[in-house]
Design a protein around this ligand. Structure first.
Ligand code: ZN
Length: 131
C-alpha cells in the first residue's frame, strides 16, 4: 500500500496554486470536476504520491461545509489498495464504519470509497483502486 494522495480543501484552486505550484514548485498535472462529490480537483505529484487540491463547486458541497467549519486544511488521506471491494469487505468485517459500502467513481476514473473518521482516529480516509 501507499499514500495515493493527500486531499487539501481550498476556497480556490487558483489561489492555492500560488503556493503549491508557483511557490513550492509542484506541477499541476490534472484538473477535473468530480460532479458526484461536487468538487473541482487539481492533482500535483510529489514523489510517488500527490497533493489533491479540492475546491467546492456548490454551496452544498462537503468541501463547502468543511471550509465553513475549519477554513481549509487536510480534508482526507487517500490510501491506494489493490482490490477496493476486498478492502471494504475486510474493514466491514472488522467493524469499521464505512461511508461508502461499495466503491464509486472518483477523480481520474479511479474507484474510491470513504471510511468514517470514527473508525480512523479522526481522519477521513479514502481508499483508491487505480485503473
Ligand atoms: Zn481524494
Amino acid at each position: 500500500m501507499k499514500i495515493n494522495h493527500l486531499g487539501i480543501a481550498a476556497k480556490s484552486i487558483e489561489e492555492a496554486l500560488k503556493f503549491w505550484a508557483d511557490g513550492l514548485g509542484l506541477e499541476n498535472v490534472h484538473t477535473e470536476v468530480v460532479e458526484d462529490q461536487k468538487v473541482r480537483v487539481a492533482m500535483l505529484p510529489i514523489g510517488e504520491s500527490r497533493i489533491e487540491l479540492l475546491e467546492p463547486t456548490s454551496e452544498d458541497s462537503p468541501i463547502s461545509k468543511f471550509l465553513e467549519k475549519r477554513g481549509g486544511g487536510i480534508h482526507h488521506i487517500a490510501i491506494e489498495v489493490e482490490d477496493i471491494n476486498a478492502a471494504l469487505a475486510h474493514l466491514k468485517a472488522q467493524g469499521a464504519r464505512l461511508i461508502d459500502e461499495s466503491p464509486r467513481v472518483g477523480a481520474e476514473d479511479c474507484l474510491v470509497a470513504f471510511v468514517h473518521p470514527a473508525s480512523t482516529n479522526g481522519v477521513l480516509l479514502e481508499l483508491v483502486e487505480s485503473k
